[in-house]
Ligand binder design. Structure first.
Ligand code: FAD
Length: 170
């Protein structure tokens, strides 16, 4: 990789797919090897040569990896769903402001999200699960089209034990 590529945040860089976990028949979670450190709420631009590029929210992250939960709706996302662990995708970012946790501190927070829209708030909710007391309180309102469309089931079961949570499928 040449130096200008490292310095230019708009150039896609190749990253390896570490794992792919189907959440529903049309929503897969991709674990990608990368050292970027996105704030909760940020997104990346993901591309496949010959197919195009799509903005996707970071649904989880840790040392050396990020996770993206991608619904198959069109050209790029269908091509992404055909990938296998070990394949290469191209990534640039992260972009967006992320959630202003400093402004939320000490306040009552309500998080309302639905479908793949739960992806960008998943990391934020898990952060507060690990930092009780940073907020005055956290209420969750999560919606999916049908029970079969529910994403992040393990996380949601844990959140239901920690925060007042309304989970709707209507
Ligand atoms: C900031 C941001 C964050 C996002 N985060 C996520 C995320 O975390 N997870 C996620 O899954 N998505 C996310 N999205 C949405 C995602 O970017 C889009 O779903 C993706 O770009 C679609 O690209 P595509 O090439 O697969 O679809 P396209 O081919 O561009 O199709 C888009 C839409 O048009 C429809 N369409 C395509 N071709 C036709 C046709 N011939 N006739 C009729 N309709 C057609 C498709 O069914 C689809 O609904 C995010 C978007 C933004 C802006």
């Amino acid at each position: 990789m040449i130096a200008s590529q490292v310095a230019n945040p708009y150039l896609p860089v190749p990253v390896q797919v570490l794992a792919i976990q189907p959440q529903t028949p049309v929503d897969y979670t991709f674990k990608l090897a990368t050292d970027i450190e996105p704030a909760w709420g940020q997104f990346v631009e993901l591309s496949l040569p010959g197919f195009g590029e799509a903005p996707i929210s970071v649904s989880d992250a840790g040392p050396g990896y990020i996770e993206l939960t991608i619904r198959r709706v069109g050209q790029v996302t269908t091509a992404l769903h055909r990938l296998k662990p070990g394949d290469t995708v191209y990534l640039r970012g992260p972009y967006g402001s992320g959630f202003p946790r400093d402004e939320f501190a000490g306040h009552q927070l309500v998080v309302a999200a639905g479908g793949t829209g739960v992806a960008p708030v998943k990391g934020l909710i898990n952060y507060y699960a690990g930092h009780p007391g940073e907020l005055a309180g956290l209420n969750l309102l999560l919606g999916f089209k049908t029970p079969a469309d529910i994403l992040f089931r393990t996380d949601i079961e844990r959140w239901q034990g920690l925060f007042p949570t309304i989970l709707t499928v209507d």
